[in-house]
Structures are given as structure tokens and as C-alpha cells.
Design a protein around this ligand. Structure first.
Ligand code: UD1
Length: 416
């Protein structure tokens, strides 16, 4: 099994280009099966989750052809199956978007229950509630969600909780429903907006994405479109934190700086230098940095997907920091791994109290999930000595060319 060997205490200096957003790509790709033409998606990240969704589309009967490593042609013009119950679907969380997409196009869908990172309970009740409100019959049987409708009819749906997945999934289904659907208390994440923009390019009529009320006037069919995926907010944030944790000087390119506001505010509070440009941010840091408090929230709040990386940084800041995880009930499983590297953390439910230590020490650690894996790399970059990181399959799910991007800025990371 592959591992990463990281020789630490290397200051990162240079530039890094951010790839297309994983969480947008995994929603936009299933959306592409809703049209009966040939879609072209640009700026797709070259990561395992995207490969897994492409395999799913091919197993359903579509074809996926790469024009280059980041541009994909998806041809579902001959029609595809509505039942996705194979192994790839169970491997990742976002396969639930095939429910909304297939339900929109065929008014029937069967999709195996999604897998993905384990942060405690990850229900999809709000997705199913939304489909039912649109008129579908939904049953869960032997690990498969089955949804059928004679027709979908637009309605008003209030999300009991802000959910990215439920907002996008219901938006997909409502795109081809009869009449108008209103989603209230909708998630406002950049990938919700990106999916809506792509659907609109295909002929959908969606207004308000990016606010907490989305209005969708149903259309009877969608046409093919060419679309470029937005840059990855979380990958960008990971490299920004990497610059800070190594006391480095890094320009993070190909991003939308506005998406980074909650992180830049926190980094500035810690005394990290931030210089915003049109499509990039320069991050400069001189240690010691100041410990601060961080609470995760839905967008535009501080993203839960940057919480583990931030915990690594706070671990070597001066003083006490308090992290509060408001999105997932159990997203501190990786703290034992950080402790192996010398972090002083006390976890009590959703609150983690971190006492800064002068530096990490290299150790053998495991990536317990995707973003926890990123946190291990960051801690290892700042550590005295060598760190070996196991569980690479998680990191490869969401980070393109991870060791190459870091090594180009002076890191010493080898895949062994
Ligand atoms: C997405 C992201 C994930 C990120 C999360 C929060 C993708 C593929 N994944 O996950 O990386 O951590 O947003 O930003 O985009 N909930 C319910 N019922 C539901 C759905 C959600 O109770 O039907 C709860 C969840 O338990 C959680 C909260 O709502 O506490 C937010 O979850 P949600 O935004 O849906 O996360 P995902 O879309 O699964």
C-alpha cells in the first residue's frame, strides 16, 4: 500500500495552481447525464472521486472521453440506465446526486446508498423529503434508494437544516419538474452556485443560487453545454494554511479570492500576511503565530472541510485555541494522529481545545479521511524529522498531484 514520506521543516516558497473544485465536479458530472446531448466539462480535477463518477456514468451506458487531462466529453445521447447499484456508487458520497439527476430525466432512479468519509451520522433524509415533496415515491430497500414518479410537480420546500447535498439534489430534480419549486434555507456554497450555473447553461431556469432562497422554474428538456468548473476553495485553503504552517511565502493561483474570505480573516487574525489579487492570494508568514478561536459553519462561514488543516496550524501557534465543529457530529477522529506528532488537544464533544506547542515531531500517522489526510501532510511539513502517512487513498480522492504541487514549492515528499 502506498504511503507518503515527508521530511519536514522545509519552508514553502513559490506558486501553486489550484485545480477545479472536487465538490462542484461531483455535482456537475451527474447533472450532465440529464441532457441527451454531448456535454463538455472543463477544469475538471484529476482526482479519484471524479474517476469514480465517470465510471458510474459509463456503467450506466454513457461515454466519457477526455480531450485532455482536465476536459471531458460526456455523451448520454443514446439514453442511459436509471439504476446505479454497483460498487463505485457505494464508494463515494456524492453518488447521491445521480438520484436527483436520473429522477429529473427519467422520473425514476435507483441508487445504492452513498459511502464517503465517516464523520459520524450522514443522513440523506432531507434529500428524500425533497423528492417526496416534488411528488416522488421513495423507498429504501437492501441498501438501495428507489425513487419513482409519474411526474414531478414544483412546490415549496423548506430545508430543516442547511445541507449542500440536499439543496443540490432537490435542485437537480426540480429542474425538470412541472411548475415552480422554491427551496428555502438553501445552502449557499460556491458549488451550489456552480451547479445552478451549469444547469442554466443547459437551459434550466434557476434563480437565487448563492442566497438562501432558490427558485426553479421547471423545463421539459435540457440541451448540451460546455462549462468550466470553479476553482477548489478547499484545496486553495489547504495550500494557504500550508504556507502559514511552514512560515512560507506562497502565491495560490487560479482561485476566486472571495471564496476564501472566512479563511483569510482567520489567518490575518493569527498575524499571517495576506495579499489579495484578482485571481490569486499571496500568503506570507513569520512564526510565531497567534492561537485563535474558529467555529465551522455553512458558507460563507468557516468551512468544516478546512477544520482539520486549521487544527494542525493552531497546534503550533502560541497560546490556546478553541475549535468548534458545528456541521459534523464526529469530525475529530484524526486528533489522535495529530497527538502522535506532539499536538496538545483536548476534545469535548464538538469543541477541541488546543494548547500550542513549539513544533511537531515526525511520526507514523494515518489519514483517517480526506481532509484529515491533508492535515497530516501540513503537520508533517512543519515537523522536525520524518513522517510517514498511511491512508493515501483518501488523499488521492480529493487532491490532484498533491506531492508534486508541494515539492515544487520546496517540500520533500515522496510516495513510497
Ligand atoms: C458536503 C460536502 C462535504 C462537506 C459538507 C459540509 C460534497 C460532496 N461534500 O457534504 O465535503 O463537509 O458538504 O460543508 O459536496 N444533514 C441531514 N440530513 C440530510 C443531509 C444533511 O441531517 O439529508 C446534515 C448532516 O448530518 C450535516 C449537515 O446536514 O450535519 C450538513 O450536511 P451536508 O451539507 O448535506 O453535507 P454533504 O452534502 O453530505
Amino acid at each position: 500500500m502506498e504511503k507518503l514520506l515527508v521530511r519536514g521543516k522545509k519552508r514553502l516558497v513559490g506558486e501553486v495552481n489550484i485545480s477545479g473544485a472536487k465538490n462542484a465536479a461531483v455535482a456537475v458530472l451527474p447533472a450532465a447525464v440529464m441532457c441527451s446531448g454531448v456535454s463538455v466539462l472543463e477544469n475538471l480535477p484529476d482526482i479519484e472521486d471524479v474517476a469514480c463518477i465517470c465510471t458510474t456514468i459509463e456503467k450506466l451506458g454513457g461515454t466519457c472521453t477526455y480531450r485532455d487531462s482536465h476536459t471531458l466529453e460526456i455523451d448520454c445521447s443514446k439514453g442511459i440506465a436509471y439504476s446505479a447499484t454497483f460498487e463505485e456508487v457505494e464508494r463515494i458520497r456524492a453518488s447521491y446526486y445521480f438520484l436527483g439527476a436520473l429522477l429529473a430525466r427519467y422520473k425514476k432512479a435507483e441508487v445504492a446508498m452513498p459511502g464517503g468519509c465517516n464523520f459520524g451520522k450522514r443522513p440523506i433524509d432531507l434529500h428524500l423529503k425533497g423528492f417526496r415533496a416534488l411528488g416522488a415515491t421513495v423507498i429504501e430497500e437492501d441498501g438501495v434508494v428507489k425513487a419513482y414518479a409519474d411526474k414531478l410537480v414544483g412546490t415549496s420546500i423548506y430545508m430543516d437544516q442547511v445541507s449542500v447535498g440536499a439543496t443540490i439534489n432537490v435542485m437537480l430534480a426540480a429542474t425538470m419538474a412541472e411548475g415552480t419549486t422554491t427551496i428555502e434555507n438553501a445552502a449557499k456554497e460556491p458549488h451550489v452556485v456552480d451547479t445552478a450555473n451549469y444547469l442554466n447553461m443547459m437551459g434550466a431556469n434557476i434563480k437565487g443560487a448563492g442566497t438562501d432562497v432558490i427558485r426553479i422554474k421547471g423545463v421539459s428538456e435540457l440541451h448540451q453545454a460546455q462549462y468550466a468548473i470553479i476553482p477548489d476553495q478547499i484545496e486553495a485553503g489547504t495550500y494557504m494554511i500550508a504556507a502559514a504552517i511552514t512560515g512560507g511565502d506562497v502565491v495560490v493561483n487560479n482561485i476566486i479570492p472571495k471564496h476564501m474570505d472566512s479563511l483569510t480573516a482567520k489567518l490575518e487574525e493569527m498575524n499571517v500576511g495576506i495579499e489579495e489579487r484578482d485571481e490569486s492570494i499571496r500568503v506570507t508568514a513569520t512564526h510565531p503565530l497567534r492561537g485563535i478561536d474558529v467555529k465551522t459553519m455553512s458558507y460563507p462561514g468557516f468551512p468544516t472541510d478546512l477544520q482539520p488543516q486549521m487544527a494542525a496550524l493552531l497546534s503550533i501557534c502560541v497560546g490556546k485555541s478553541v475549535l468548534t465543529e458545528n456541521v459534523w457530529e464526529n469530525r475529530y477522529q484524526y486528533m489522535d494522529e495529530l497527538r502522535k506528532m506532539g499536538a496538545k488537544v483536548d476534545v469535548n464533544g464538538r469543541v477541541a481545545t488546543i494548547e500550542g506547542v513549539p513544533h511537531f515531531v515526525g511520526a507514523e500517522v494515518s489519514a483517517t479521511d480526506l481532509r484529515a489526510g491533508a492535515a497530516m501532510i501540513l503537520a508533517a511539513l512543519a515537523a522536525e524529522g520524518e513522517t510517514i502517512i498511511d491512508g493515501l487513498r483518501y488523499i488521492d480522492r480529493g487532491y490532484e498531484n498533491v506531492e508534486h504541487k508541494f515539492n515544487a514549492m520546496g517540500a520533500d515528499i515522496v510516495r513510497i
